[in-house]
Design a protein around this ligand. Structure first.
Ligand code: GLN
Length: 193
């Protein structure tokens, strides 16, 4: 399996480092053609407006929407979740592939970014918490009927799944617990934690 990492903007290098430690083959995706080569894709954190603009310039946005509708497994983190969300507050364009509403920067400014324990509902096995690094994170304010919530911070959904899309409003690439990346790339990956 070849895992793509969208590498137009944001913290794609941290995701690549996780894949390297899991010994998963990966490729950077910057063009529609590179997207066609991969079997799964990570959408990193960063700045969602800038990322979407760059994706449109590269003809990537439409191709990504096609591939996700065709079942491409995706892990979206932070700004990546905003890129996929159906509705965003304040309003901005998105790919509209996840049946959720999000509020950008809902947890306050950069100084309010924090590390917090995310309560896991199931799916990730015996451990019932995972460390969540929240950096100007979006808040998921509505989840559609097809969305499974499997991680919460206080009462808010922060880790969800809809079909082949896993979405985390925090940054699992910034801790050394790689369980969320393993959900994307499969249990067989590497010997990392
Ligand atoms: N606030 C950013 C946005 O709206 C997301 C922040 C992040 O990805 N860490 O794009």
């Amino acid at each position: 399996m070849l895992c793509g990492v969208l590498a137009l903007q944001g913290d794609w290098a941290a995701h690549a480092a996780v894949l390297r430690s899991l010994e998963v083959e990966f490729a950077y995706v910057r063009t529609a053609r590179e997207l066609d080569e991969v079997d799964a894709l990570i959408l990193p954190g960063g700045e969602s407006t800038a990322m979407l603009r760059l994706m449109e310039e590269e003809g990537l946005a439409a191709r990504l929407a096609d591939r996700v509708r065709g079942g491409l497994p995706v892990l979206a983190t932070c700004a990546g979740v905003i890129l996929l969300a159906g509705n965003i507050h304040p309003p901005q364009p998105s790919l509209g592939l996840l049946d959720i509403d999000v509020e950008r920067n809902a947890y306050g400014r950069q100084v309010h970014s924090r590390v917090a324990a995310v309560e896991l509902v199931d799916e990730l096995g015996a451990t019932d918490e995972i460390e969540g690094v929240f950096i100007r994170a979006p808040k998921i304010t509505r989840t559609g009927a097809d969305v499974i919530v499997f991680g919460r911070l206080d009462a808010d959904p922060v880790l969800i799944r809809q079909g082949g899309i896993i979405a985390a409003t925090f940054h699992p690439e910034l801790t050394d617990d790689h369980r969320i990346h393993r959900l994307l790339v499969g249990e067989g990956a590497g010997h990392g934690r």
